[in-house]
Ligand binder design. Structure first.
Ligand code: ADP
Ligand code: MG
Length: 380
């Protein structure tokens, strides 16, 4: 087993550069998820690791070995795609065995391996079926079996669950996580789905336009996004973003929402942090997670006016859509089995320690707890 190291990895198609010097170190046994919007270069990066795309510039190492010019079959990686492309005329056992057969592994060794892998994946009773007679989830498991049976140093996944319906996707997601806990193989997993990234990853790599915006554990990215892009990408519904100006309040820095010269504008206290005093007058974007809004005691002074638009009940929670100083704003609230009181919300509070502050011009986070900034990498 081995780790994977990308150093200043670049991909160009002709004159167009689509991956701009990506640096990343995946530790042995680690499960790293590359996530980002469609077209941001996730698949291209993964395919460079697999050897399916030529590397335009930079260095790729698997274990201690530089593999830029090593053929895909000699890199000791196995890839699972969105389109699992099973051989329709072969049964499950033959599909799983295929990679071993072309490598001329001995017959009884193949049989032993296929039996073992089928057991791990719950396919033992289906070994003689053809892919057409399997459910989507079972087919996905066969595709995984084909990868596992080779005992590769690294697993590469490219949106392996995107073809499954929502329920099956949730189920297979948990299976992949259990499988990784059991096999402990170094894995790089590509998805555009932030929930998949959050639930599966040891560390998440967020990409945008061929660059890494931030690398961190799921909770690091959720709690301390390095910039507005990450803040808007991780979390559902996404973090609310409100334009504001830093002003000096009686008890420390505050954010004045909207036009700072307007009378009676709402002020939100900011987290007590050194840098924020110095930045009085600075234009910022205030980040407030929908679930961090406090509805209790919202009639007190210092609360923020809220123009309610509509309430979406989800069951135990509800999403309350509206506006704050003219900008869209979503609140997530517990219903306790009744939403009638939620229709009357017109003010709320926020806890200063939960508010995020970003520079309006660069989008970079102005305040990050100790250590978070060094781990964060971004354009800002
Ligand atoms: P993602 O997997 O994040 O959706 P991709 O890595 O597939 O994105 O693509 C990144 C960018 O590279 C996109 O802008 C895409 O159009 C471009 N691209 C991908 N393959 C090619 C190709 N063969 N020729 C030219 N451009 C390509
Ligand atoms: Mg892709």
């Amino acid at each position: 087993m081995s780790g994977v190291r990308l150093e200043k990895l670049v991909k160009r198609y002709g004159d167009v550069q689509v991956v701009h010097g990506v640096d990343l170190e995946v530790a042995e046994k680690e499960f790293v998820v590359l996530v980002g919007p469609s077209g941001c270069g996730k698949s291209t990066t993964l395919r460079m690791i697999a050897g399916l795309e030529e590397i335009s510039d930079g260095t790729l190492s698997i274990g201690e070995r530089k593999v830029n010019d090593v053929a895909p079959k000699d890199r000791d990686v196995a890839m699972v795609f969105q389109n699992y492309a099973l051989y329709p005329h072969l049964d499950v056992a033959e599909n799983i065995a295929f990679g071993l057969r072309i490598r001329r592994v001995a017959k009884d060794e193949i049989k032993r391996s296929v039996t073992e892998v089928a057991g791990i994946l719950g396919l033992t009773d289906y070994l003689e079926r053809k892919p057409a007679d399997l459910s989507g989830g079972q087919r996905q498991r066969v595709a995984m079996g084909r990868a596992i049976v080779r005992h590769p140093a690294v697993f590469l996944f490219d949106e392996p669950l995107s073809n499954l319906d929502a329920q099956l996707r949730t189920q297979m997601r948990a299976e992949i996580k259990r499988l990784h806990a059991r096999l402990g193989v170094t894995s790089v997993y590509v998805t555009h789905d932030q929930v998949e990234a959050m639930t599966l990853a040891d560390r998440i790599v967020i990409m945008c336009d061929g660059r890494i915006e931030q690398v961190g554990t799921p909770m690091e990215l959720f709690m301390n996004p390095a910039n507005l892009f990450v803040a808007g990408f991780i979390g559902s519904p996404p973090m609310n973003q409100i334009k504001a100006t830093i002003v000096a309040g009686a008890n420390g820095p505050e954010a004045a929402l909207g036009d700072p010269d307007a009378n009676g504008v709402a002020h939100i206290p900011l987290p007590a942090a050194e840098g924020l005093h110095a930045a009085t007058g600075q234009s910022i974007v205030l980040g407030i997670r929908p679930e961090d809004v406090l509805l209790q005691g919202s009639g007190e002074p210092g609360s923020v006016p809220f123009d309610l638009d509509l309430v979406e009940p989800l069951g135990s929670e509800a999403l309350i859509h509206g506006r704050v100083s003219g900008e869209p704003f979503v609140i997530k609230a517990d219903t306790y089995g009744d939403i009638s009181h939620l229709n009357e919300i017109n003010r709320f509070h926020v806890d200063a320690s939960r508010v995020k502050v970003f520079d309006a011009a660069s989008g970079a986070a102005l305040y990050q707890p100790e250590g978070a900034r060094e781990r964060a990498r971004g354009r800002a």
